[in-house]
Design a protein around this ligand. Structure first.
Ligand SMILES: CC(C)(COP(=O)(O)OP(=O)(O)OC[C@H]1O[C@@H](n2cnc3c(N)ncnc32)[C@H](O)[C@@H]1OP(=O)(O)O)[C@@H](O)C(=O)NCCC(=O)NCCS
Length: 183
């Protein structure tokens, strides 16, 4: 049995689904699950933020969700990540998180990374960066990222990592009505 965040925000028990789909969040329940899972992981579990992990990047970031399927229908948000352009065809990814019960399946985190980088690629990204907690550097190295520097995030040293874009494929269509790359 797994506990995950239900579309309507309550915690429910669910059986493990081998099938997930990842996509740019497009429905209200996707966004509700997205914010709830971010809050649960980055403020609750990791205590990186006192109240909320939302910041100025969320004003223009694309929220990406992993949805567990029940009888072929997506019904639960089990993973999140965001991507955003900083201009000059450079993008950042961040807030990668998987519902605890869905971790270590070799599925959700990897699929979210592929969708995040692929979505940026489809929108013209030529350089994709992520600030990664030091404990997760090895994980990202296994998923085609290299360390290119260091950054302080919330007073904590993170590795600045760059995706080897040749190892990723664009995810097309990225999302309906994709905006132009900012100047
Ligand atoms: C980091 C995170 C996103 C990974 O997501 P995930 O879906 O669990 O990723 P995977 O299942 O592909 O792999 C996770 C680990 O389980 C291992 N694993 C994968 N399949 C496994 C299996 N069948 N049995 C045992 N271990 C397995 C992987 O080797 C990996 O180990 P590593 O961390 O030593 O590299 C997730 O753990 C998470 O949300 N953590 C909290 C938030 C966080 O730290 N985010 C990253 C910020 S930089």
């Amino acid at each position: 049995m797994l506990d995950a965040i239900h579309p309507w925000g309550s915690r429910v028990r669910a059986f493990c689904s081998q099938s997930i789909e990842t996509r740019v969040a497009s429905e209200l329940w996707h966004m509700q699950g997205y914010w709830l899972l971010r809050q649960r992981i980055f403020t609750g579990e990791q205590r990186l933020f006192a109240d909320s992990d939302r910041d100025e990047h969320d004003d223009h970031a694309l929220p990406i969700v992993a949805l567990a399927l029940t009888a072929g229908m997506p019904d639960t948000v089990v993973g999140v990540v965001r991507v955003y352009s900083v201009g000059n065809q450079q993008w950042f990814g961040g807030r990668l998180g998987v519902c605890p019960s869905y971790r270590h399946h070799g599925l959700v985190g990897e699929t979210l990374i592929r969708t995040a980088v692929g979505t940026a690629l489809a929108a013209g990204c030529r350089r994709f960066l992520a600030t990664v907690q030091l404990g997760n550097v090895r994980y990202f190295q296994r998923h085609h990222f290299d360390v290119v520097g260091q950054r302080l995030v919330c007073g904590v040293t993170h590795a600045l990592m760059r995706a080897r874009l040749a190892d990723f494929k664009p995810v097309v269509p990225a999302w309906p009505g994709a905006p132009e790359e900012p100047a």
